[in-house]
Design a binder for this molecule. Structure first.
Ligand code: ASP
Length: 420
């Protein structure tokens, strides 16, 4: 009997989690635990993550250009871009408002004692300092200027995916200006590259169960239950909220806009959901997202090739839900009042942050520090969530990726865009 790749990954997740929690409860020998994490679990996870990440640049370049050029005319491209951005922004704003509501109703930071606050601040102060330093500049005009890369290769090397996408889009637009005979050889090469990347993803996925087990072990063995319990209300608000959002709001959109049964949808996208959960990275998940969209959901390449690379960097529903809850949690824990006006500002800044966060593990965290400081909460307070960030990052990334697939599915229903 052959076991499906999804089941193998689930087994990897289960084995890693049980082993991690078991080891955490069974031994206090931190030297051995550190050794296993550093030399076995982390390398297995990191190699899997890198095998996926190394496919991202050629994948984005080829699928985006093939997507844009197969759309055919500028009018249709305009319609596709408009609809995509409208859905991205609408869904991101909805998530951020939902996050604000949950943060106000649950008030997860209200019960945090001063002792616990000080202990957490002291425990994670080193990590917090480096994130606060990385947070650096504010949003400003340079944020927009930097969208246009000076050098596309440098953008690719630095992992500046948004800038690289801007270059690729301009390249794709220029290519549509060439005659068919002139464009054909370029498109043939890109088609070959796109197909090759799909095979490479297949190689990476062979390692998935082991990589996923490694990640799960590294997260759970370090997840102190002594931290999880006092932060239970905060974690619960984020995790339960994300699950309800994922299987409530998104499932509704799948039914209404995507005209598909949510059960079937979730069955078909199990692989990217699991990959996102295991890697905490929308970018690393992109290869499996594109594959599931095209092969499982039957979304045409002109839609998936356009929506998904953009979605992996610009569209983060889970992150937009998580940010306001976290901001309110920290403000409550530090006794900083948050007025209604500030909450409106938080909703707007959350959308901006979710759009600009990188699709990597902890991608949103430095940006959250910027907002914290602008609402009068110390940036270092981010230390309070570090003990549980790994698990929250996994859950929100899985929601982010599902959101991208929902948008791609919804757009694939638009006959004016999809017709040949
Ligand atoms: N890890 C998230 C992603 O890749 C970004 C974040 O919320 O930190 O989608």
């Amino acid at each position: 009997m052959s076991v499906s790749p999804n089941s193998k990954i689930l087994v990897g997740l289960g084995v890693g989690t049980v082993a991690g929690l078991g080891m955490a409860g069974w031994t206090d020998d931190t030297v051995t635990v550190d050794w296993i994490v550093t030399y076995l679990a982390e390398p297995a996870g990191q190699i899997f993550l890198r095998l996926l990440l190394m496919v991202v640049i050629p994948l984005v370049f080829s699928t985006l250009i093939l997507g844009v050029s197969s759309i055919g005319n500028l009018e249709r491209l305009g319609r596709l871009s408009f609809k995509t951005m409208l859905l991205f922004l609408g869904m991101t704003l909805t998530s951020s408002v939902l996050g604000l509501i949950v943060g106000n109703v649950v008030r997860p930071g209200a019960g945090i004692s001063v002792e616990l606050r000080e202990t957490l601040l002291a425990t994670f102060s080193t990590q917090a300092e480096s994130v606060v330093k990385a947070a650096g500049s504010d949003f400003g005009i340079s944020t927009f200027i930097n969208l246009v890369p000076r050098n596309p290769l440098a953008a690719a090397v630095d992992g500046d995916l948004i800038a690289f996408i801007v270059f690729t889009l301009v390249f794709a637009l220029a290519l549509t200006r060439l005659s068919e005979t002139q464009a054909k050889p370029v498109l043939n090469v890109l088609d070959g590259i796109a197909r090759t990347t799909m095979v490479m993803i297949g190689f990476a996925m062979k390692l998935a169960p082991i990589g996923v087990a490694g990640f799960a072990f590294a997260v759970t063995v370090r997840l102190g239950l002594d931290i999880l319990v006092p932060l239970g209300l905060y974690c619960g608000a984020v995790l339960v909220g994300l699950v309800l959002y994922q299987f409530g709001v998104l499932a509704g959109l799948v039914k209404i806009l995507g005209k598909l049964s949510p059960v079937e949808f979730y069955q078909k996208i199990r692989l990217p959901m699991l990959t996102a959960f295991a890697t905490s990275s929308s970018s690393a998940t992109l290869p499996t997202t594109v594959q599931a969209a095209e092969k499982e959901l039957g979304i045409p390449r002109k839609v998936s090739g356009f929506v998904l690379p953009l979605g992996a960097t610009l569209h983060m529903n889970g992150t937009a839900f998580f940010i306001p809850i976290t901001l309110l949690f920290l403000a409550q824990a530090f006794g900083v009042p948050v007025s209604l006006g500030t909450q409106v500002m938080i909703a707007a800044l959350t959308v901006l942050t979710a759009v600009s966060a990188a699709g990597i593990p902890m991608g949103a965290i430095p940006l959250i520090v910027v907002i914290l400081e602008s609402i009068g909460v110390p940036g270092e307070s981010i230390a309070l969530i570090f003990g549980v960030e790994a698990i929250l990052g996994m859950a929100r990334t899985s929601t982010n990726v599902t959101g991208d697939l929902v948008v791609a599915l919804a757009i694939s229903q638009d006959e004016l865009i999809v017709e040949v």
